[in-house]
Design a protein around this ligand. Sequence first.
Ligand code: FMN
Ligand SMILES: CCCCCCC(=O)C(=O)O
Length: 361
Amino acid sequence: MNLREFESAARELLDPVHYDYVAGGADDEVTVRANEAAFARIALLPRVLRGAASRESGVTLFGHRASLPVVLSPTAFHRLFHKEGEVATARAAARAGVVMITGMASTVAVADVVEAARAAAPGRDPAVWFQLYLQPAPGVTEALVRRATEAGCAALVVTVDSPVLGAHTRNARNGFHDLPDGLACENLRDLLDGEPGHVRQIAMSPTLDWDDLDRLRASTSLPLLLKGVLHPDDARIALDHGVDGLLLSNHGGRQLDTVPATIDLLPEIAAAVAGRVPLLLDGGVRRGTDIVKALALGATAVGIGRPAVWGLAADGENGVTRVLDILRRELDHTLALCGATGIADLTPALVRNATASAGPR
Ligand SMILES: Cc1cc2nc3c(=O)[nH]c(=O)nc-3n(C[C@H](O)[C@H](O)[C@H](O)COP(=O)(O)O)c2cc1C
Ligand SMILES: CCCCCCC(=O)C(=O)O
């Protein structure tokens, strides 16, 4: 099995409208394709006779030891894909020793997601991080942060690439704009005036600026990561504003189309960050070789979005577990073939053809 086969299984099982919601991206989906194509263009140049009998692939993120340099990037609406939704995903991540970033647009309340993770891995203190969109009404952001903090989330991930929602042609054609009856954005339920958790309660706002981030920074002692910074100047500004980590992401090609593949931007962003904070990357990670390339070029860990959803759609908790198992096996295999004793050995010397081009096909 590889992750592609999970995509095929998910496609067969899902309502085509929901499959399109997951697979699709903004406008012409140039960046969706570019993310994967850019990984394929980068070559690995292995070392030999290094005596690497076993390989270490654990990573420490904000004091938490994860078994893999892979996190589950936030993806919305898991109960669209499996009846147990984010509970199933959280159990799989916790049992695998992997960080789950649960979304503001979750169909299970964050407290229940964290509880499911803890119950699945007792004594292991699994890490769940909370993703949010800063809301133009500060009281809403404060209430969300309070809910995530009280639930026991270990970090906050603020998505900053969405001043407005990306234009999804597939969703528009399919008329997909809201959740079906019976499903809700549970983190938004009763947040304001007894609202029931409509998708439309999530406000995307072009008026937000660094002052809004400063207010959030001042309001919480949780580690704060920004998701969606693409320009090296913004990476430097983010560090000046006290963020604790960056998730280099183009939202899987779902926001501004024709932005570069994240792996192509990684060298520049890594240079701007200069090792001061953890630097994660998502977008197009489908193979153990992709993980190795990203880590060699300066990422601390990678995130997967669609692959976890495919696993969830294919077989609930078991499907997500198998997706993570495949990546674990492929990562170890690639490390062995590269002559690496672990992810600590991964440096830019291991890759060729890494460029900074946008590279759409
Ligand atoms: C179905 C779906 C829902 C998503 N929902 C969110 C979200 O609510 N918040 C967010 O910051 N990113 C969201 N993303 C983007 C992912 O966090 C991630 O950046 C992207 O999927 C990574 O690319 P990949 O799918 O190629 O792995 C979503 C992506 C997908 C596919
Ligand atoms: C206003 C709807 C927000 C849902 C967020 C889901 C998302 O980010 C995605 O890429 O899909």
